[in-house]
Structures are given as structure tokens and as C-alpha cells.
Design a protein around this ligand. Structure first.
Ligand code: NAD
Ligand code: UDP
Length: 313
């Protein structure tokens, strides 16, 4: 049987590169596409020798051409950390809107199934807790995070439009905070920030009073959930994340203990519109996909810390 051919946009990024590994392991031919604005070829260097792997350096907000058949398109290209999308607001809006439109057009032309990487940010600063997929969210469209949140909300609407009106097979995953090896040490997200600070002996910078919460999912769990969703027949959005919720203060303490660091926790101003709480309700993923996370934070943090130890100079 011919190999399934999969296009992974954002393939040189944190999540995209793990997806490349997973689809190759499943026996697929993988085409990674990335313009490297936040990703790195280091993440996929180990794949370049393979005949079943190709890389295209391309901005998907411009017309996307891929020769040959495609079975699946995984649209993961987008700046993803708050400091990245605040530095690149227009690229973020474009990749979520124009990029998604280009890829849906490609999916339609090739008869491919397309999965988009949406986010818990579509719920904004949520007034429903934990967040279920039927919650419509509380997003400030004109606040600083609006460039990301609204791009992702539009991305979902456009994807559902192509599904409903053009019959394209689509899947929408709402990803909650995910961590693991290949995150960028300087991407500003709380986990690389705290681990980097702890390893360098610097104080850990908690924003606000550190009482806001997040729920952290290990990357291998996320990839498994995404893979199952792709193969399912569910076109509606599905949350994938780990419901184990903690405050940023507790998380800082955990990182200090894990690294054996003597650093202190210091407090910096809370960024505008920073969500106060976040926890996925994963009932739908459990029921539809038979999926739930397998890695506890302490299990997932071990390989993550090892990865970062090599990066901190
Ligand atoms: P990342 O920055 O590591 O990866 C994103 C990749 O997309 C990078 O390699 C970047 O160079 C590439 N890219 C950006 N704009 C592009 C464009 N116009 N054309 C081609 N390539 C482009 O981030 P990540 O954490 O791996 O996130 C991947 C996806 O998952 C994003 O869509 C993000 O919104 C989504 N997501 C991630 C998380 C998380 O916790 N990591 C949570 C929710 C959603
Ligand atoms: N945060 C923090 N210190 C940092 C970086 C982030 O206290 O150095 C906080 C941030 O304000 C937010 C939480 O940690 O409340 C998670 O931030 P991150 O940027 O990782 O992801 P978000 O979930 O906000 O997109």
C-alpha cells in the first residue's frame, strides 16, 4: 500500500517537529513546511537524511503549492508564545487567516483531511471553569493578545466553513499549555522561563501575584491525542490538555525543587488580559478518542529538564 502523505506546517517548531517524528513512525511520508520565524532546523536535523522526509522553507500566508498527492494536512504554523505573537502581530493574524485559507484550499484541491492547531486561548480569560468545548469564550478582540486569539477563532470559523460548505474533512484541536523538549529557552513561556532562570541561578519571575492557574500537558500525550483526533470522525473542536491545574506560584516552587536551585521568586507586573485560570475539561476527548494524559508533571518535567540543561550556557 502506498504511504500516506502528510503536510505539516510549522514542522520545524516545537509541536510540529514532534508531529514529524510521530507520522514518520506511523510509516507516513512527511513534508514539513516552515518559514523558520520562531522554529529551528535543529528540531528536524535528525530527519534530513531520510527519503520519506522533505522540508520546504515557505511562508504559508503566501500561496502554498505542494506537488503530488496529500492525505493529511496538519496546520501548526503560527507564532505561539505571547512574546512571539506580540513581536509579530501581523504575521500571527496572517498565518491564522490567510495561511489557513491557503491550506484549506489545498486540502480541497487534493481531497486531503486537514487538522488545525487551535488553542485554549479561544476561551480568552474564561468565565466557565474548567473549559468545555461548548463555551464560547471571553476574548478582548482589541487587546494585545487579540492578534493571536482572534486569528485562532477566525481559523476555526474558516475551517468549519470549508467543512460545511465545501465538504472538506476537517478536525479542530484546542491545545492547552503543552511543554517538553524542543521548546525554545527564550520563548517567554513560563516553563522555559522558570527552568532557564533556575539553572542560571537567577530569580524566578512570577507575573502578577502568581495566583493565576495553568494546566500543563506533556508533549507525548498531546501528540497521541492529536493523532487519535485526526483518525476520528469528529469535525467539532476537541480539547486536548492535562487537567492537573496549578498556580504559577506552586509551579515556581516545583521548578526550584526539581532543579535544586536556591533562587527566589520575584514578582513582575501581570501582562494585559492574562487569563486568571485555565483547565481543560477533557470529557469529550475521553469519550470520543479514548484518550487521557499518561504523564504526570513530575514524569514529563524530567526529560524536559535534561533537554534544557544542555541549552543553558
Ligand atoms: P513554535 O513557535 O515552536 O512553532 C511554530 C512554527 O510555525 C515555527 O517553526 C515557525 O517558524 C512556524 N511558522 C510561523 N509562521 C509561519 C508561516 N507564516 N509560514 C510557515 N511557518 C510559520 O510553536 P508551537 O508551540 O510548536 O506551536 C505550534 C502550533 O500549536 C501553533 O499554531 C500554536 O498556536 C499551537 N498551540 C501551541 C500550544 C503550546 O502549548 N505549545 C498551545 C496552543 C496552541
Ligand atoms: N508567567 C510568569 N512568569 C514568566 C512567564 C509567564 O509568571 O516569566 C505567567 C504568565 O503571566 C501566565 C502563565 O505564566 O499567567 C503562563 O504563561 P505562558 O506565557 O507560558 O502561557 P499562556 O498560558 O499565558 O499563553
Amino acid at each position: 500500500m502506498a504511504k500516506k502523505r502528510v503536510l505539516i506546517t510549522g514542522g520545524a517548531g516545537f509541536l510540529g517537529s514532534h508531529l514529524c517524528d510521530r507520522f514518520l513512525k506511523e510509516g507516513c511520508h512527511v513534508i514539513a513546511m516552515d518559514n523558520l520565524i520562531t522554529g529551528s532546523l535543529d528540531n528536524i536535523q535528525h530527519l534530513f537524511h531520510r527519503e520519506d522526509f522533505e522540508f520546504y522553507n515557505h511562508d504559508v500566508s503566501k500561496f502554498v503549492h505542494v506537488p503530488g498527492d496529500l492525505d493529511y494536512i496538519m496546520h501548526f504554523a503560527s507564532p505561539a508564545s505571547p512574546i512571539d505573537y506580540l513581536k509579530m502581530p501581523i504575521q500571527t493574524l496572517k498565518v491564522g487567516s490567510l495561511g489557513t485559507h491557503n491550506l484549506l484550499g489545498l486540502a480541497k484541491a487534493k481531497g486531503a483531511r486537514m487538522l488545525i492547531a487551535s488553542t485554549s486561548e479561544v476561551y480568552g480569560d474564561p468565565l466557565v471553569h474548567p473549559q468545555t468545548e461548548d463555551y464560547w469564550g471571553n476574548v478582548n478582540p482589541v487587546g494585545p493578545r487579540g492578534v493571536y486569539d482572534e486569528a485562532k477563532r477566525f481559523q476555526e470559523a474558516m475551517t468549519m466553513g470549508y467543512h460545511t460548505f465545501h465538504g472538506v474533512e476537517t478536525r479542530i484541536v484546542r491545545i492547552f499549555n503543552t511543554y517538553g523538549p524542543r521548546m525554545r529557552l527564550d520563548d517567554g513561556r513560563v516553563l522555559p522561563a522558570f527552568i532557564g532562570q533556575a539553572l542560571r541561578g537567577e530569580d524566578l519571575t512570577a507575573f502578577g501575584d502568581g495566583s493565576q492557574t495553568r494546566s500543563f500537558c506533556y508533549v507525548d500525550d498531546l501528540v497521541e491525542g492529536i493523532y487519535r483526533l485526526l483518525l476520528s470522525d469528529c469535525a467539532d473542536p476537541v480539547n486536548i490538555g492535562n487537567p492537573d491545574e496549578i498556580t504559577i506560584n506552586q509551579f515556581a516552587e516545583e521548578i526550584l525543587k526539581l532543579t535544586g536551585s536556591k533562587s527566589k521568586i520575584i514578582y513582575k507586573p501581570l501582562p494585559t488580559d492574562d487569563p486568571k485560570q485555565r483547565q481543560p475539561n477533557i470529557t469529550k476527548a475521553k469519550e470520543l478518542l479514548g484518550w487521557s494524559p499518561q504523564f504526570s508533571r513530575s514524569e514529563g518535567l524530567k526529560p524536559t529538564l535534561e533537554y534544557f540543561k544542555d541549552k543553558v550556557k
